[in-house]
Every structure is written in structure tokens, then in C-alpha cells.
Design a binder for this molecule. Sequence first.
Ligand code: ZN
Length: 305
Amino acid sequence: MAFANTKQLLQKAQRGKYAIGHFNINNLEILQGIVAAAEKLKAPVILSTSEGAIQYAGMDYLVCLAQTAAKKAKIPIALHLDHGRDLRVIKKAINLGYSSVMFDGSHLPFEENVKLTKKVVQWAHRKGVSVEAELGTIGGAEDLVSARKILYTDPQQAAEFVKKTGCDFLAVAIGTSHGAYKFSDTAYLRIDLLKEIKKKVKVPLVLHGASGVSLSLIKEAEKYGAQLSGVSGVPDAQIREAIKLGICKINTDTDLRLAFDAGVRKALAEHPKDFDPRQILAPAREAIQKIAEERIKLFGSEGKG
Ligand SMILES: [Zn+2]
């Protein structure tokens, strides 16, 4: 199998105090932009498919794209299932050779989350696939996953959860939020809480809902007609702080969407006579590469591949 082992990548990141970029893929151009960025910066990278991406493009197609990238690239590339909730989808991902799967039981009562996570861990470990689980609730909405508000991860409960389930890494809710409309005010990550979790939980920790939603990205999209008032993200300084305190994997999707959107809008606006999909999508692919490079540099994984 050409894919890298997610658990090993994250353990190495944990020792080296940096984070690995987890980037969501939905089509060829997004994947190529991300892989080009990772190759240029010699960074290990985790390509991820949500259940929504699988509904859109088909799991088999996405696996083939990622496999082709992993075979050709000189950097470690892992393939991950993001926010798996449907056990059939999770099983299929394990059988198709994903490096890791997430079971998201964050919406379930604690005991139920433990029970199902444990089951997924048993299936996955048999095939050498590692498992991400989630405790607490990351707020916001993205793809098929939504939650009205953030329920912070309880450190003691997190320790118990990891021990009982045997999960390999844990997504924590410390104040980040999914989607582009993250915060009504400024972002506030509970760094104090992350410190407490880190003291009690030894597996690598994962941050979701942490896109930067930078002003330059928004301005670029808005220049060509996007309407994005009220969007907000997590400032870079808070991401750096979180990495210092043990976050080893950072999920990025919203920033990719914004970049892709801006790229497509720009191409259409500047070349209204073009109707070749390649001319429309190539600038979006470049925009994806640019934002992925920025994120990889921020995460400190440059040169770690
Ligand atoms: Zn997420």
C-alpha cells in the first residue's frame, strides 16, 4: 500500500512539536493543489474525504486519486476518512485501504460513543488502520456534520475515553468551530483546557474547525462577487499556541473552499469568453496550492517529509 501510516506520522509530529495538515479533497484539482504544496515544501500530508465528499465523488474515485498521488509523490501521504458516522462507510474505507478513519460519535451519549468507537477500533486495527475519535462537540456546520454549539471536552472524561476505546488520536473541542461562520466575535481557544487535556491524554490531539479564513482570501473572493459578510476564522497566533501545547493534526477545509471559490470566480470574471473547464479550474487549483502552502508553513511541518 502506497499510503503512509497516519498514527506514525502523528507520533513523529508529537515528538517534533509540529502539526500535520489534514486537507479535505473533493475532486482532482483540489487534490493536485494540496499535493503540489506538500511536495514543494517537503511536508507529510493527510488527504481526507468526508462522507459528503464520498457522496459527491464516490469513494472508489477518491481512493484512486489519492493512491495515484501517494505512488508518485516523494513525501508521505496518508488517506483519512473525516467524520465517519455511517458504520458501513467506515467499514468500506477500512477495506479499501485508508490509512485511518475517524469515528465521530460526538453527538452520542458518552457510553454509546465509547461502545461504537471501540467497535471501529477493533475493525480498523485488524487491518492496520488507525482511528481518530471525538469527545466533546466542535461547533458550527460543515458538510453533513453540524452542531449548534460547542461542548468543551472534559479532560478527565477524555482520559477515560481514550483508555476505554483504544483510539489512536483524539479530536478535542476547545473552542474551534466548523465552517466559515465560526464566531460572532473573535475566536477564543481555551488554551487552559488544552493544557489540562494534554496532561491527562497521551495520544496525539486533533484540531477541527481551525481554518484561518484570512482577510486576503475573503477580499479576493468578494472582489469577484462572493458574498461573505460575517465569516471569521482562527488567528494564526492561536494555532501556533495550540501546536506548542500538543495539537498534532489540524483539519483544513473551509480555507480550501474559499480559495477554490475565489479562483473560479476570478477566472470567470476575467475571461468571460472562456468556457473550457480547464481554463476555469486551473486558477482554482493554483489558489488551493497557495493556501495549502500557507497552512503547512503555519503548522511547522515544512521539511518534515
Ligand atoms: Zn471536523
